[in-house]
Design a protein around this ligand. Structure first.
Ligand SMILES: Nc1nc2c(ncn2[C@@H]2O[C@H](COP(=O)(O)OP(=O)(O)OP(=O)(O)O)[C@@H](O)[C@H]2O)c(=O)[nH]1
Ligand SMILES: [Mg+2]
Length: 247
């Protein structure tokens, strides 16, 4: 069910599956016009971006995942709408560092990516997907620096966590948090990191909470305004609900 046109927004986890493919772009100049806030998903080729997107959205084949690295060579834009209009977008970016393309193509992709991260005005946050077995490679760090200039929030997913034992997951997460703390100044000051696995369906809620915040959605439980019915779409005559209750 889509959220109602007024009243508190249900948790994103319950309706993000309604997100739909909007368009693909081969280069930044082909991107769609600015709409709702965009959360981009970036990472090395084969890191698990498309799989992460599918789990986040609870859809099996929203984004194409593949055993062949470099599968996502287009910028794919997905759009979530509620009855009041567009709520937010997710942008699956082509992976960087794909070995099997020639140098010119590689550097063209990287220039496009740098340009996108620097100048796409509708970006509200960045998700960086890193294989937990090889986090913080040189290109990952480069990307974090490019985006860091915007001083916007970043969430790093250490994905494929299912490949490590619980103990090694915890160790890698602690080490990653240390790296992030040391680089906050260069990476925009709002970087967080968490464990993720598309295969084990792990870490979805943490990243969804971020996406919801970045899109400007807050559940009534976390809204600074608290439960309210007189701001942003009041129901004058609620047909349902319990008067005097805590709905
Ligand atoms: N074990 C495990 N494998 C994963 C996970 N996520 C992705 N994979 C596998 O890793 C490979 C790459 O996944 P994709 O999601 O296509 O990665 P991508 O980053 O979108 O790749 P490109 O678009 O080619 O850059 C596929 O074989 C996936 O099945 C995970 O959480 N655990
Ligand atoms: Mg992909």
């Amino acid at each position: 069910m889509p959220p109602p046109p007024s009243g508190p927004t249900p948790p994103l986890r319950d309706w993000i599956h309604q997100i739909a493919f909007l368009t693909s772009a081969a280069r930044n100049t082909d991107l769609p016009a600015i709409g709702a806030g965009e959360v981009a998903i970036a990472g090395r080729s084969n890191a698990g971006k498309s799989s992460a997107l599918n789990l986040i959205c609870n859809r099996r084949r929203l984004a194409f995942s593949s055993k062949t690295p470099g599968r996502t060579q287009l910028i794919n834009v997905f759009s979530l709408n509620d009855p009041n209009g567009e709520v937010g977008r997710l942008v699956d970016l082509p992976g960087y560092g794909y070995a099997a393309v020639d140098r010119a193509t590689k550097s063209r992709w990287q220039a496009e990516l740098a340009d996108f991260l620097a100048s796409r005005v509708s970006l509200v946050g960045l998700i960086v997907v890193m294989d937990i077995r090889h986090p913080f490679g040189p290109l990952d760090q480069q990307l974090l620096e490019w985006f860091g200039r915007r001083q916007q929030p970043v969430h790093i997913l250490l994905t494929k966590a299912d490949k490590l034992t619980r103990n090694d997951q915890a160790k890698t997460l602690a080490a990653a948090k240390k790296i992030v703390a040391e680089h906050q100044g260069d990476w925009g000051g709002q970087v967080e990191v968490s464990l993720f696995s598309a295969t084990a369906r792990m870490g979805r809620d943490t990243v969804l909470e971020k996406i919801g915040q970045w899109w400007g959605l807050t559940s009534s439980a976390t809204s600074p305004l608290g439960p309210t019915d007189d701001l942003g779409g009041a129901k004058k005559n609620p047909a349902k609900g319990s008067p005097g209750g805590n709905a």
